[in-house]
Each structure stands twice: as C-alpha cells, then as structure tokens.
Design a protein around this ligand. Structure first.
Ligand SMILES: Cc1ncc(C[n+]2csc(CCOP(=O)(O)OP(=O)(O)O)c2C)c(N)n1
Ligand SMILES: [Mg+2]
Length: 557
C-alpha cells in the first residue's frame, strides 16, 4: 500500500477511533495479543488515559462502573483466552445493568485461527448471550466502521456491552483510512396519544405508584421527574440498586423496590391501582421474585416506559407500553388535576420508619455507621457497593441525594465495590468516593488497591468483616438449620493488607471509634481501608443468624 500521511497501523487506527468516539479513559491488562493497540494508545495518551489494573475482573468492573457513572461506554482492553475469561464478569454485569460498554479483545491471527491456537476462543460463541453484539474485525481498513457500529450499539435502546475481537495480523497491518465521527445517541419520544392515555389513567388513579430504574437517564431527566412527582404528591420508589434516580430526601420518595424490600412498601406496590414504571426492566430483584406483579398480566394497571422496545411486554403485558428515552419522557410528562398527598405522606412515613437503624448484637453498630455516613458525606459523594448481606445496610440506611451517587451491581456480582470506586475516583477526582465491601466481597478484587495506589485514587473503603460468606450462611441456616458448611472465612488483617500496598489501614471495633477513624482515613492522602469488625450474628439490618436458625428449626418440628 502506498505510504502517505494517513497510513497508520491497525493499533493506531483503533486508538484514534476510540478518541474520535469520545473515549477519555479505558481500563485493562496488557497482552502480547494487542501490542499495536498499546502502541497506538501511547500516541494518544494526552487524550485517552489507559488505566492498567491487576486483574481483568477488576478492569471490567471499572469499565462497567465508568459507563454507569458517565453514561458513556466504558472501554475494556483484555488479552485473548485468559484475559477474556477473567474480564467476562464485568460484561455480564454491564448486560444486566444496561450499562454501555465496549470490550476489546486481542485475538489469534487469521493465519492460525480455528486450530485452537494458543489461548484461542471464538468470542462470538463465548459472549453470544452476554453481550449486545460480538464481532471480529478481520480487515484493518474496516476498524473505524466496526468501532462506530460498536459505540452506536452499546448506546442504542437499552444500553449494554459490545465485544470486538482483534486478530493480531489485522492489528499489525497498515491502512490509509479516515476516522469516523462520534456516535449518535438516538432515543424515541412518547407519542402525543401515549401521553394523553397516561394522563387519563393517572386522572382516574386512586393509589398510583411510580418506579424509576435502569440505565440511560440524565441528571436533568431525573430532576424533571422529581419535580413532576412532587407537584402531584406521587409516591415514588426506585428499582434495585438504582436508588440515586430520585433524591431520597424528597417527600415523594417511598424507598427502594429491591431485595429485602420494606414489607409495607411491597404491599403498597401490590395494592396500587396504577403503576408507572420508567426505565426499570422489572427483573427478579425489582419484582420480589415476580410476586409484586403477576406474570404475565399484572392486576395493577401497568404503564411501562422503556428505551428498549424489546423490553416492553417481555415479562409483563402492560396496559400502556411506551417506547421512549427517559429525557424524552421527562419532557412529555402530563399535568394531572390531582394530588395524592395522603398516599405519599403515608408512604414517606413508612420509609422513614424503615431506615432508622435497629439494635444489633456486638459493639459495632454498622447501621449507625451507615446512617452517620449518610448524614456526613457531601451530597454528591459516590458510594460504590458490592454484593453480600453487608450491602443490605447500605441500601436501607443510606439516603442517596442525587444522580449517579450509587454504583452497585444489579446482578449481585461480588467484588464490584472496590474496583468501581477506583474507576469513580479516577473519573470524578473532585468528588468524595466511598467503597462499601464485605470481607468475602472485598478479596475478590482486593488486589486493585495496587491500582488505586498507582493512579492516586484516594478514597475510603469499608470492609465489613463478619468472618463469613454471610449471605450464604443465612440461606444455609434457613434451609438446613445447624448444618453449616463451606461458609466460614479465615481473614487476613485487612488494615495491614492495605498498608502493604502503600495505602492507609484502620480497624474499628466500636461504633464510637468510627468517626475519628474515618476522619484519619479521609485525610491520609492515600487509598484508605477501614475494617469494620461486626458480630457475625448480626446477619441483616433486622435479624440475627441465631434467630434465622431457631425459626427454621421450629418450623421443622
Ligand atoms: C462472584 C460471585 N460469587 C459468588 C456469589 C454468591 N454469593 C452471594 S453473597 C455471597 C457471600 C458474600 O460474603 P461477604 O462479602 O462476606 O458478605 P456478607 O454476606 O458476609 O455480608 C456469596 C458467596 C456471588 N453473588 N457473586
Ligand atoms: Mg462477610
């Protein structure tokens, strides 16, 4: 090929394509399978920061959290076979969370493909169910086209992850090809007929309820929905781990419709006559395992608004299905000559009663710690949590005050909180970031303290240590009381672990000691970790492990 100004190797074309799509930060672990891409990224490092992590699982959660936080596709770079398999967890998470992501995987060269060469996997088959689209770029001159397609797909309708495999020979070859401009984000808007039907339904409603959830929101849209709900005194809940879509301090906020839901809130949703669901896909966690609404025809009049047309009627047959982006829907909200003040006041009172911490065994009252953090952290602080019973206190006692202040995996994927917090701090260095981890959960990606130290992501992480895979122990005691197996943990000294990486470490055993430890950790100028030693009997914000066991034993007598 004739060399001219525009001739670049595949790695550089790809790096430029990412920059052209607006990518400012990417996460990954290097591999010999994509050396030209690393070389290309070296040339654009002033525009695109590559964050190199210690395990692709951590990198993939970081890319997912970045996508969730910014609304722009989170970009993940991994090597073939082992890198792709390690990185799969963030792709699954992004899919269930409707988070835009683009995963780039080094691939065996075309000259040896299909021989089961070193680390060879067919990514189309591997990620077929996990991603919105999986493709392989076989021709170097088509990189800009594939990248444009990938970013459009990740952002379209219900956002989600896209995977591109990069054969090594393709990356090493040259082409003279133009960049493609940044992707469009196209969102449908509700029709006037839909809006007027919604207005009629609400006008007749006696016990309406609104549920907000999902990915694809904007700050302005959440503010508009909140102002509308407050103007009509509509009670509003949020779906599982989407509690930051509505200011939890609003008189209209009634709590989260997620796992471990307030039973009074669950009853309120069941008893509602009209339920307006915007953005949530009504998955298992948001529907109380499909019990709040009957499948496929709910008793409530269901109005389902979703940006992905294929989500409408997927589980539930709505009375009114509206295919719309959420900003577009927020702009079209109908005025109603009605207010449901008595309902929202009752819902609010039940919520406030629910979030007050209960007494718990032991000297460290974790619920009070969360309540203290909720009162003390700045309004725009980002709280990243993982999966395990420890997260139950966070969901219940922390009040989210604004858009994108919560990062959590709706697929209940352990190990998410710590790397998500690293990504959040790097993406939003001016904001306070807190990670809330379990002892089991934390060590799934505890190695990413090294990444936090290397890139100066200075935030505080809590590790709630009960010496258990507590969630599983709880289920075990309920199903097979007294027959404990495989759920005990022998833990390291977490504070010393943090210090070994160059971080700051603290151990707290009493409620009264927490505030001072948090102050020291926040001011340490390092990634900081505070281990909270809680009584293993304190298994949820409301019950003890021994009570779970006794109840199970009694029911078997
Ligand atoms: C990646 C992954 N592996 C396993 C599980 C199953 N699981 C759910 S919660 C849990 C235990 C969590 O333990 P810990 O982080 O210590 O929190 P705790 O429940 O003790 O508060 C396990 C093993 C999961 N959800 N995700
Ligand atoms: Mg635990």
């Amino acid at each position: 090929m004739k060399k001219d100004l525009h001739t670049r190797h595949g790695g550089r074309i790809l790096a430029d394509a990412l920059v052209a799509q607006g990518v400012r930060m990417a996460f990954g672990v290097p591999g010999e399978s994509y050396l030209p891409l690393l070389d290309g990224l070296r040339d654009v490092q002033d525009r695109l920061k590559l964050v190199v992590t210690r395990q692709e699982g951590g990198a993939s959660y970081m890319a997912e959290a970045y996508g969730k936080l910014t609304g722009e596709p989170g970009v993940l770079l991994v090597t073939r076979g082992p890198g792709a398999t390690n990185g799969a967890v963030g792709v699954h998470t992004g899919f269930q969370d409707s988070t835009p992501m683009v995963m780039l995987i080094g691939q065996v060269g075309n000259e040896m493909v299909e021989r089961e060469a070193f680390q060879e996997i067919d990514y189309r088959r591997m990620f077929g169910q996990m991603a919105k689209w999986v493709a392989q770029i076989d021709r170097v001159e088509r990189i800009p086209e594939y990248v444009s397609h990938a970013f459009h797909t990740a952002m379209a309708g219900r956002p989600g992850p896209v995977v591109l495999a990069l054969p090594e020979d393709m990356l090493f070859s040259d082409a003279a090809v133009a960049d493609v401009a940044r992707h469009h984000v196209v969102r449908p808007a509700p029709s006037p007929a839909d809006v007027s039907t919604l207005k009629d339904l609400l006008q007749k409603a006696e016990r309406p309820f609104v549920i907000l959830g999902g990915g694809g929101w904007t700050r302005e849209a959440t503010h508009k929905v909140q102002a509308w709900a407050e103007a009509h005194a509509l009670p509003v809940g949020t779906s599982f781990r989407c509690q930051d879509l509505f200011d939890n301090r609003s008189p209209s906020y009634a709590g989260d419709v997620g796992i471990g839901i307030n039973p009074k809130l669950a009853q309120r949703v069941k008893d509602a006559d009209v339920v307006l669901v915007v953005g949530a896909r009504l998955g298992e966690m948001t529907t109380g395992a499909y019990t709040l609404f009957e499948v496929p025809q709910p008793r409530q009049t269901l109005v389902h608004v979703h940006a992905g047309a294929e989500e409408l009627g997927r589980v539930y047959r709505p009375a009114l299905a509206i295919n719309s982006g959420y900003p577009q829907f927020a702009d079209a909200l109908p005025g109603v000559q009605k207010s449901w003040k008595a309902q929202s006041e009752a819902a609010r009172a039940e919520y406030l009663e629910w979030i007050a911490p209960r007494p718990m065994p032991g000297a460290l009252h974790y619920g009070e710690v969360i309540q203290w953090l909720s009162r003390t952290l700045p309004e725009d602080a980002i709280v990243a949590g993982g999966a395990g019973n420890f997260a139950g206190w966070l969901h219940r006692h922390f009040q989210y005050k604004g858009f994108r202040t919560q990062l959590g995996p709706t697929n209940g994927s352990m190990g998410y909180g710590y790397p998500a917090a690293v990504a959040a701090k790097l993406a939003a260095p001016g904001r306070t970031v807190l990670a809330v981890c379990g002892d089991g959960d934390f060590l799934m990606n505890g190695q990413e303290i090294a990444t936090a130290v290397q890139y100066g992501a200075n935030f505080v992480a809590l590790v709630v240590n009960n010496g258990l895979y507590g969630t599983i122990r709880m289920h075990q005691e309920r199903e097979y009381p007294g027959r404990v197996f495989g759920t005990d943990l022998r833990n390291p000294d977490f504070a010393a672990y943090a210090r070994a990486f160059g971080g700051h470490g603290e151990t707290v055993e009493k409620t009264a000691d927490f505030a001072a430890a948090f102050e020291r950790a926040s001011k340490s100028g390092k990634p900081a970790l505070i281990e909270l030693r809680i009584d293993p009997d304190a298994i949820t914000p409301a019950t003890t492990l021994s009570a779970v066991r006794e109840k199970a034993l009694k029911s078997r007598q």
